[in-house]
Write a protein that binds this ligand. Structure first.
Ligand SMILES: [Fe+2]
Ligand SMILES: [Fe+2]
Length: 256
């Protein structure tokens, strides 16, 4: 079940809730939603596609892990240290669960024990990471907590996106699908992470920095949206290629 995006949001922090889109961005978001639903159907039509889907999730979890060990560790105050450790433990568990689901389907996957062991990100992810790092550098000097604020703003947007993706996926496959327990469990954690990021930003951003935070959130959302269109089309193409591959095996279903 989706958490109320504004639950517990203090006045002056409306920018942290998912934006209500209008005009072209709204149309773009609807288009991405439909392309991604179609992509999910394609990917679930073959075992290789289903494994690729699980691998997308695994890579996503591993990049959250790396961000928690890198960008979000920029001089965190003491009260944040323990929260970061718990958050990291959650993402590491998610990575292990996705890796296990890949192995159960006959694939090869091991959640990386450290960032050095994680597979190298692809070109698309590297570009995205470079954009995020530039954004952190540009906004850091405007906040008393420095780079921590833009890093958390990006983290919040990523958690909100993960929640949207998992909600879409759970709704599409339905509660009887064998992947539903795993996806809905991760979804509950990501919704908790959203509340955690909102709480952290509200605690770290001073009243005179709120306007800057709103500007920062707009930039983060625009960047995320730009990557969303390319990602959705890439996902659909990969699904179609795997489904149409000669000899593609259909996934084995074990309905409860
Ligand atoms: Fe996660
Ligand atoms: Fe998360």
């Amino acid at each position: 079940m989706a958490a109320d995006p504004l639950a517990g949001t203090k006045a002056g922090f409306d920018c942290l809730a998912p934006p209500v889109l209008r005009g072209w961005p709204a149309l773009q978001a609807r288009l991405v939603h439909h392309v991604k639903r179609a992509a999910l159907r394609q990917l679930h039509a073959s075992n290789a596609g289903e494994m690729l889907l699980l691998r997308f999730y695994l890579v996503g979890e591993e990049s959250s892990e790396q961000a928690l060990q890198r960008e979000l560790r920029i001089a965190p105050p003491e009260w944040l240290e323990r929260q970061l450790d718990q958050h990291l433990a959650d993402e590491q568990l998610h990575a292990r669960l996705f890796a296990q689901a890949i192995v159960e389907r006959g694939g090869n996957a091991q959640a990386a024990a450290s960032p050095e062991e994680a597979p190298q990100p692809d070109w698309f992810s590297r570009r995205k990471l470079a954009r995020w790092q530039a954004l952190i550098r540009r906004h850091a000097p405007h906040f008393a907590h420095g780079g921590l604020v833009p890093a958390y703003a990006i983290g919040l947007s990523a958690e909100q996106m993960a929640s949207r993706i998992l909600q879409r996926h759970c709704a599409l496959i339905g509660p009887r699908h064998e992947l539903h327990p795993l996806l809905s469990r991760v979804l509950a954690d990501e919704d908790r992470h959203i509340r955690l990021c909102i709480h952290t930003l509200q605690r770290c951003v001073a009243p005179h920095e709120e306007a800057r935070l709103a500007q920062l959130m707009r930039e983060v959302r625009d960047t995320e949206r730009g990557f969303g269109v390319t990602g959705a089309l890439g996902m659909w193409l990969a699904g179609a290629a795997l489904r149409l591959r000669p000899g593609a095996a259909r996934p084995v279903r074990h309905h409860a």
